[in-house]
Every structure is written in C-alpha cells, then in structure tokens.
Design a protein around this ligand. Structure first.
Ligand SMILES: *Cc1c(COP(=O)(O)O)cnc(C)c1O
Length: 360
C-alpha cells in the first residue's frame, strides 16, 4: 500500500493533461500567459478571495506574503511549531525573527492564546497553518491578537477547506497555497499562490514575485524575487481544478473510515470536522514507532508529519514563546499519517482499516 501515488491522477486525466501541455508548448508563450491569468482568476473564485497571485512554490508564497505584510529585519513572525517548519523557513528568508507558539492538544492547530502571548511590539504577522486539511478558526485567532498584527493563512494542506466564516485563504489578510504534486490540488512539478482581498497587497505581491518591478525594468519595491508559476503548470492545474471538490470529499470519506477503524484501539484518529478536506489522515499513538513498524510489516506505508518541532530543527534559529510548546512536543512524538489520497480504491482503504484494527 503506497503512502501516495500521484501518477494515478495523471492516468485518470491523461488525455486532458496531455492536450493542455501540448497546447501550451505550441503556444510559444511559457511564462505569465493566458493559462496563468485564467488560473489566477479560477483560483481566486475557488477560494472566495478578490485576488490570487501565482508564484513558484508554497514556501515562496509564504515568504512573499510575509514580505507583503511587512516582515523583514527587526520584525517578528509567530508560528506554530509542529507544522513542518515552512513558515519559519519563509520568515527567516524574509529576514524576520521567528517565535514558536503552542498548539491546541486536541486539534494540533495553532492555539490563539499562545499566539497572542508570543506577540511583542515587533510582531508583524502570525502564520496559522490549516494543518492536515483541518480548517483553523481564524476569527477566534484574529480576536485574540493585538491590533495591527497580520494573519497569514498557510493553506498548503487545506485548499477548499472552510469554516463557518468562509474558505481557508479568504479569512486572514493573505492566504498561501502550494501545488506540490501530493497536495490536494497538485501540479506536475512545483507551484504556489497567494490569495488576498486587498488590492494593495495584490499589487505588492505581483511586484515581489517579479524582481520588485513596479513597472517593467523599474524596481519599485525592495525584497523582490523571481518566483513565477510556469505557464505549463498553470495549464495542468486548470485541468485538475474542476476535480478538487470531489477529490476533497473522497479524502474526507477516507479519514472518516480510518477513524471508525481506530475506535477501540490505542490509535486516536478523529473523523474530519465539517469543512475539513482530509489532506493527511493523522492519528496519535502512544508508541508511534512500534505501531508504524507493525503497519509496515502488514504492507501499509506510513509517514510522520512532522517528527521535529521547529525549535529543535538543527539549522533553524527560532525562539519559543512565553507559553512554551509542550503540546507541539507531544504531537511530534505521537503523530502518524496513514495513506490518504483521493484515488485510493475502496479495497485499499479497507485493507488499511483491517491493518489498523490488527496493529493499533
Ligand atoms: C507543502 C507545504 C508547504 C511548502 O510548499 P512547497 O510548495 O513545497 O514549497 C508549506 N506549508 C505547508 C503546511 C505544506 O504542507
């Protein structure tokens, strides 16, 4: 049982993807063309934001989003410490300092009180990651934070997820997306995007992704980069986008099945909440490594998202906020991810469930 098999999406949509690729190759226009413009509009519509700005990856999306809201030398960015280190990497690349906040031990999402306690007069932004496809309560976070601190939503794992207040990526000041091949909307290579509702942020992001140009060959704002989403990837993403809602529903169904299988075992794995999109099927087990080894023997691949808290990464220089990061530490020690992708067959899902009942 593979942990993921992205080629299945390609095979399912092979003729459409190949037609889109060929159309792009023959167009002679390979960067920021018609496909890219159309994809930006379609993505903004999907997310319910006024603007979507294509960039080269999810990490670049975070870095440029943070720069757009003022992150740079002397500024601080707060982030949960269990979300893979992407936000910390991006904030450090922007020149800002990083403060690690704790998470809610139940949902493993950023704890608003811990984030608020980590804010200082130098804090410009809090990054909230909608981790594992779980939609975090951005309204509650915003209410807990001091005025003037921007909320950046990391939606790399949660495209299509929503809370009672709207879609992930439309709730904060900016939302960031990754189209890495295993994400719920995956390119055939790298890609990313930033969404926002402010015209001013959108203009800044469009400059930042292209050398800081305010107009062609005029570098009008500092901190610019070359970070563009390829025309080819945009064309391929447009083929997949209409399938996103159905694929998200299927992922939710898979997580719900695993939750049923885990009942009465030592694996704690919750069914998806309303609005979640089931990016990863993540449970917690008190003896995680032994459980994963038993599953491997049963032929089921697992992974750990993520094993190392940001503040224990050998090469990340971050500070832990005043509430500490105990729930982060515990999550990193216990989490285990089961195979979860939309094109798993019913038989494969049932085989994972049987292995969970036997091994957990
Ligand atoms: C995948 C991911 C990223 C990084 O995206 P890339 O496109 O690989 O740079 C950032 N944040 C989260 C939560 C992710 O899962």
């Amino acid at each position: 049982m593979p942990f993921n098999e992205t080629v299945r999406e390609y095979l399912l949509l092979q003729s459409e993807l190949e037609a889109a690729a060929l159309r792009t190759l023959r167009s002679g226009w390979y960067v920021h063309g018609r496909e890219h413009s159309a994809f930006e509009v379609e993505l903004a519509t999907t997310v319910g934001a006024a603007h979507a700005v294509g960039v080269a990856s999810g990490t670049d999306a975070l870095e440029l989003a943070l720069r757009a809201v003022g992150a740079g030398p002397g500024a601080e960015v707060v982030t949960a410490g269990n979300a893979g280190g992407y936000a910390a990497t991006a904030a450090l690349a922007a020149g800002a300092d990083v403060v690690v906040a704790d998470v809610d031990p139940g949902t493993m999402l950023l704890d608003p009180e811990s984030a608020a306690a980590a804010c200082t007069p130098r804090t410009v932004a809090v990054v909230v990651t909608h981790l594992y496809g779980r939609a975090a309560d951005v309204t509650a976070l915003r209410a807990a934070l001091p005025d003037g601190v921007a909320v950046v939503e990391d939606c790399a794992q949660s495209i299509g997820a929503r809370t009672a207040d709207g879609s992930c990526g439309s709730l904060g000041d900016v939302g960031t997306f990754s189209f890495y091949p295993t994400k719920n909307l995956g390119a055939l290579g790298d890609g990313g995007a930033v969404t926002c509702s402010s015209d001013e942020f959108a203009e800044r992001l469009r400059a930042l992704r292209q050398y800081g140009w305010s107009e062609r060959y005029v570098i009008g704002i500092p901190g610019g980069r070359n970070s563009r989403l390829d025309e080819l990837q945009a064309a391929l993403l447009r083929v997949k986008l209409p399938h996103l809602a159905g694929w998200n529903a299927r992922r939710r169904e898979i997580v719900a099945e695993y939750a049923r299988a885990a009942e009465g075992t030592e694996l704690v794995l919750h069914p998806p909440a309303a609005g979640d999109v089931g990016h990863l099927a993540v449970g917690r087990h008190p003896r995680r490594d032994e459980f994963a080894a038993r599953l491997a023997e049963a032929g089921v691949a697992t992974a750990v998202h993520y094993p190392v808290p940001d503040h224990r990464q050998p090469a990340l220089t971050v500070r832990v906020g005043p509430t500490g990061a105990e729930a982060v530490e515990q999550a990193c020690a216990e989490v285990v991810s089961l195979p979860c992708f939309a094109l798993l067959t019913d038989a494969e899902v049932e085989a994972v469930c049987a292995a969970v009942r036997r091994c957990a």
